[in-house]
Each structure stands twice: as C-alpha cells, then as structure tokens.
Ligand binder design. Structure first.
Ligand SMILES: [Zn+2]
Length: 449
C-alpha cells in the first residue's frame, strides 16, 4: 500500500531530528521519503493520506524483553518474591497451559501493545506447535522475535521446539517475525546445556538465518543479587565473580545476546558486557515490582553498552506499556543517583526506539523514521490537556504522554490501528475469549491439584 502521513511533527530519531509540519511517504512496506509536508504533498498526491496535523509521529516503540503469552496471567499472583512467585504460583499454572492459552495470551498482549504504540516485541515463552505466540503476533500484525524458553529439565522437548520454531517462523510474514534461542537463566540451564544451546543457535542461524536476518539469543541475566549462589546450588559449579563473568567463561556472550535485567553487576561484568557487545534490556518496572534491585544503567551507558528498554511480561509489570517504562526509567535513576541530569528524555526515547532496534540486531530496518527502513510508525494525538501547551515534544513523550494518546499505528507499511480502531483483530471477541480461556485454565489447574 502507498501511504502519505501528512502534516505532523515527526520525531525521526535519525540525523534529521524533529521535522515540524513534516510528512512521510510509504511505498509497500518501506519509508521512501521524509521531509516537509509542502514538498511531499505534491510528490505523492495519489497516495492514501493519513492526516497528522497537530499530531506527533514517532518510530514504533520496541520492548526488548517480554513474555507476551503471560497476558493471560496478568494479576493472577502479585506481591511475592521472585522465587515464590515463580515456584508457587506461575510455574504450576503454566504447567497447565496449552497452545491455545499461549496463543490467546500473546494475541491479547499484541493488541494491548499496538494500542499503546508498540510495534516490536522480543518475547520469551514456551513454543508449542499447535498454538503459540508467533500466531498471535502474526494475526495482530505486530513485529516480533519469538523465542522458545529452555530449561535443563526438558532438553529433548526444547531441541524439538527450537527446530520447529525456526523452521516454521523465522523470517516469515514479510520478515515481520523472527525467532530466538532463549535459555531461561544461568540458574535453570546447566553449563553444558547452555553451551549446547549456543551451538544450536549458531546452527539454526546457518540454516535459517542470514546476517541481516539473524536468529538471536535472549536470556535473563543477573536479575537478583543471589544469582551466583543459585547457580552454585543448582549445578555445583564454582561461580567466583559475577554472573556475566560466569557466562563469559562458557563462551556464550556476543553481539547477538540480549541480556534481560542486568541488575546485579560488578565492574568486571560491565566491562565484559561492553567488550562482548552484549545488549541489555533494562526492565525497571518489573525490577521494582519484584524488588530485585536497580540496574546500574548510568554506568552501563558510560561504559558504552547498548541499553534498551523492556516491559517484561504482563505478570511482572503488569502492563505492556512503553510510555510507563520510559517515564519510570527516566525517573528511577535520577532518584537513586540523586542526579536530575541522568537519562534525559531524548536518551530514554532513544532507548525505546533506535537502541531497542540495535539491541535486537534489527536497526537496518526499524527504530527510526528514515528512507529505506520499514514503515513502523506510531502517531499520537497531542490535543489533550496533559499535552498542551507544547514546548518540547521529547519531554512530553517521556514525561506526560500515555499509551492511550496513541491514535494510529503502522507496522510493516500496514495500518494496524486507525483512530484507535484496531484493524486486524476483533477486540471485543478477543476479550470474551480471554475470559473463557482463563476459566478453562483455572479448571484444569484445580483438576491437577
Ligand atoms: Zn522476564
């Protein structure tokens, strides 16, 4: 489809900066022109036009750490420590989940995310052939990297799931869906299996990927202070320094690694993350909710590490809302370090867009509004009491805008939401299905007990 987004303030997140009374021309899936509206209006007269006067246009937001299917479990268990939350509540319920539950949860998250201006999600969950997150993302029109989460206790199942996931989904839906290999964490994946999974990732890359379309590695790292002790207890291996140093000793760090959380880091860990070009997904809301601690993000940024932002899953956040994540990321480090100059608005918006794209090795196609990139575009209505008057768009986007201010969303050149109407999914029916799916799941849980 040929599209012309006309008349808005365009926050490109590229070297073109902010363009007032700007326009974007989209042909098929790509941005082909970005400039002033008076020029583009003439050049692209026949294109379907989205009127954006008075609106603010940004690159689609990118959440680099998620468990999308957990949209079905939101609010099921809150206010517990991570270990108890997982072992007593989440894992028993997840053991009862079937493909259909995973699909419905992911579809719910995909729709919620689109309605909040998110266009790309990197998600880690259980991949099941009959029903999975990839189906939900594909149907909603969301861009995403779908992982299969691996544990030492189910190696054969994981090996089959990873092969099937890559074969069925990598690069599919016009390149909108990619896949990843996701060891859950260093304390649930033993060192030998961790190394085996690294080789599986490389092998899948050779067979299904390419440098511009890689199969990446997604893992929880150093989420809590006691992680070295948990690794020692689980596998009886010596962990002398930090968790990053331990992973490096296994040879499983590189530029295609996205490490979620990175809360409990020492100086050596930070140097290794930088030297190996590991990408960090900072999830401040999840870390606060589970009382895991605060990631040393200003130190990571000073060291030159790529830091992106993640919502984490809907059970530990509990919203798939990048506006909340941006604001809390900006505020948290100012407060903790007693320094109001840390993580300024422009930096934080970058972490939610172009840095997110870099973190997922997808920056050649997404993360900014630039000629040649895929058209992933979020348009916000700024005619709201909390967004007027307007001095600085970047400030409003991080400190004042809400997910509900998002009006229209384009992903891969397709309009997936227009004037807050989702085009790809019947939202009313989905909400009914979510309630029904929840009831069925709880029935299965009570039968299993
Ligand atoms: Zn997580």
């Amino acid at each position: 489809m040929n599209l012309l987004i006309l008349g808005g303030t365009i926050v490109t997140m590229s070297s073109k900066g902010v363009i007032r009374d700007g326009a974007i021309a989209v042909e098929d899936r790509h941005v082909v022109d970005v400039g002033k509206s008076r020029e583009l209006r003439r050049k692209y007269r026949r294109y379907e036009t989205i009127k954006a006067e008075g609106k603010v246009v940004i690159p689609g937001l990118i959440s680099t750490h998620h468990h999308a299917a957990m949209g079905l479990l939101r609010g099921y268990a809150d206010d517990y420590p991570l270990k108890e939350w997982l072992e007593r509540w989440i894992w028993p319920l997840e053991r009862c989940m079937k493909g259909h539950d995973i699909y419905v949860g992911a579809l719910l998250t995909a729709v919620e995310s689109i309605m909040g201006g998110i266009t790309t999600i990197n998600t880690m969950y259980h991949y099941v052939e009959g029903g999975n997150e990839a189906q939900g993302f594909a149907e909603a029109g969301l861009r995403g990297i779908i992982g299969h989460v691996c544990f030492s206790w189910r190696k054969d199942e994981d090996r089959r799931a990873l092969e099937s996931l890559a074969r069925e989904w990598h690069g599919k839906h016009d390149g909108r869906i990619r896949v990843s290999v996701d060891p859950h964490a260093p304390y649930t994946v033993d060192p030998e299996y961790m190394v085996e999974l690294w080789h599986i990732k490389n092998d899948l890359n050779e067979r299904y990927g390419s440098p511009g379309n890689p199969v990446i590695w997604h893992i929880h790292v150093a989420e809590t202070e006691d992680e070295p002790e948990k690794i020692r207890q689980a596998f009886n291996v010596p962990v002398k320094g930090g968790v990053v140093e331990y992973l490096d000793s296994l040879g499983v760090l590189g530029k295609d690694v996205i490490a979620a959380h990175c809360v409990a880091l020492n100086e050596r860990d930070i140097t290794i993350l930088r030297d190996r070009d590991v990408k960090v997904s900072h999830c401040p809301i999840s870390n606060l909710k589970l009382a895991s601690g605060v990631s040393p993000v200003p130190r990571l940024l000073d060291a030159g590490v790529t830091v992106s932002l993640g919502t984490d899953g809907p059970s530990s956040n509990n919203a798939s809302d990048m506006f909340e994540v941006m604001k809390i990321a900006a505020l948290l480090h100012k407060g903790v370090w007693r320094n109001p100059t840390l993580l300024p608005a422009e930096k934080v918006l970058g972490m939610a867009t172009i840095e997110g794209a870099k973190a997922l090795l997808w920056e050649r196609e997404i993360g900014s509004i630039e000629v040649g990139k895929k058209a992933d575009i979020t348009i916000l209505n700024f005619d709201k009491p909390h967004l007027r008057p307007l001095y600085n768009e970047l400030s409003h986007l991080v400190y004042a805008a809400k997910a509900s201010d998002v009006e229209t969303v384009v992903i891969n050149g397709d309009i997936v939401m227009e004037n807050r109407e989702v085009k790809t999914v019947n939202v009313h029916r989905l909400l009914e299905e979510a309630e029904k799916t929840k009831e069925d799941l709880l029935n299965r849980l009570s039968q299993n007990r």
